[in-house]
Write a protein that binds this ligand. Structure first.
Ligand SMILES: NC(=O)c1ccc[n+]([C@@H]2O[C@H](COP(=O)([O-])OP(=O)(O)OC[C@H]3O[C@@H](n4cnc5c(N)ncnc54)[C@H](O)[C@@H]3O)[C@@H](O)[C@H]2O)c1
Length: 337
């Protein structure tokens, strides 16, 4: 077996996006240490991915400084990819304190543990939710940030902390502001398994496959079809951008803030129609309880990420829908037995 390259720490590696990053970094020959408290993630993807290379799992909580100092004491880590967070807008509107404690305090503990161990490279999962209601479209990285919910606010606060650690402690960072993430691994091995499921395309595919009823949960907004417009990025394209960001940090150490999106907006109804087209069915458009903290339209100007990372998205909406079909065919309930 080929000798593993450096060790990367992936927080939240048992979750949806983090597990896809674990897969890619293992495939690229890195040794991966996953730090996750399994509050929203699963051990199962890690068992599946363990076969690909050198993967260690540490069950720990960002809110517990001892858990963090143990992991940094045990492994010689070269960089951190920080995915771990709570990320339900709705939940954050009901329990803001949970979001500030978990996401903000947790990330501060992580930054401090890194600083004390002399590890200064971090790639952070931020979100377009830090922009809030848009002033102009497409949204570039200079767009004002005014989150419309505590989830987005918690991520903005972490962005600010990381920037200060860059300024004052020479941290080198890439802050990646994701738009809406969709899809699953194209080989069908891993996918999303949120409890409960939060993501539109995932839910629409589950509805189309008859796994569970599909409800529209979006508020009525001022867009042509009155449903929110978002920018969808496939999870495999997204993690490729993380790998490119990691390589850039290693090559030039230059800190960056980048949007990760496709640069095109689709309304909720358009996504549902795309799913219907792939499955050649019509789904009932019943309305569930409307989400809180949502806004009308947002899509990315992804030019800077394309230029800096020499990366671009490759997957179409149809590719993402097909990958979800493959995933749910083998695991209709995700990792839940
Ligand atoms: N899914 C999206 O569309 C989207 C969009 C923008 C940004 N993001 C960001 O991407 C990241 C990953 O999102 P996801 O969809 O994979 O979420 P997820 O819930 O599937 O994964 C998050 C993981 O973090 C872990 N975690 C949470 N709090 C922790 C703590 N205190 N200590 C240790 N582990 C903890 C959870 O157990 C879970 O495994 C998040 O930071 C999220 O804010 C996601």
């Amino acid at each position: 077996m080929q000798k593993a390259k450096d060790t990367v720490l992936i927080t939240g590696g048992a979750g949806y996006i983090g597990s896809h990053a674990v897969k890619l970094f293992l495939e690229k020959g890195y040794r991966v240490v996953v730090f996750d408290n399994l509050s929203r993630g699963w051990k199962e993807p890690l068992e599946i991915l363990g076969k690909l290379g050198s993967l260690e799992f540490v069950k720990g909580d960002l809110r517990n400084k001892k858990d963090l100092s143990k992991v940094f004491g045990k492994y010689k880590i070269s960089a951190v990819l920080h995915f771990a967070a709570l990320c339900s807008v709705n939940e954050s509107m009901e329990q803001p304190e949970l979001y500030f404690e978990n996401n903000v305090l947790g990330s501060l503990n992580l930054l401090e543990a890194m600083r004390k161990s002399g590890i200064k490279k971090i790639i952070f999962s931020s979100t377009c939710a830090t922009y809030g209601e848009t002033k102009y479209l497409p949204v570039d990285e200079s767009h004002p940030q005014a989150p419309a919910n505590p989830y987005g606010e918690s991520k903005l606060l972490v962005e600010k902390m990381i920037r200060w650690y860059g300024e004052l402690h020479n941290f080198q960072y890439v802050i990646l502001r994701y738009f809406n993430v969709c899809g699953a691994a194209s080989d069908g091995t891993i996918g999303d398994s949120k409890k409960p499921s939060l993501l539109l395309m995932q839910n629409a595919v589950r509805g189309a496959m008859g796994i569970e009823p599909f409800f529209l949960t979006c508020p009525t907004v001022k867009t042509p079809d009155k449903t929110p417009i978002r920018d969808y990025i496939d999870v495999e394209d997204l993690v490729e951008a993380h790998y490119a960001a990691f390589e850039c940090l290693n090559q030039n150490g230059k800190s960056q803030i980048l949007n990760l999106g496709n640069g095109r907006g689709y309304s909720v109804k358009e996504i549902v129609s795309a799913v219907e087209k792939t499955f050649k069915i019509k789904m009932p458009r019943e309305h569930g309880e409307a989400r809180k903290g949502e806004y009308a339209a947002i899509y990315a100007d992804p030019k800077r990420a394309r230029r800096v990372l020499k990366w671009k998205t490759k997957k179409t909406l149809e590719n993402s829908i097909e990958s979800l079909r493959k995933w749910y065919e083998s695991r209709p309930d995700g990792y839940r037995k």
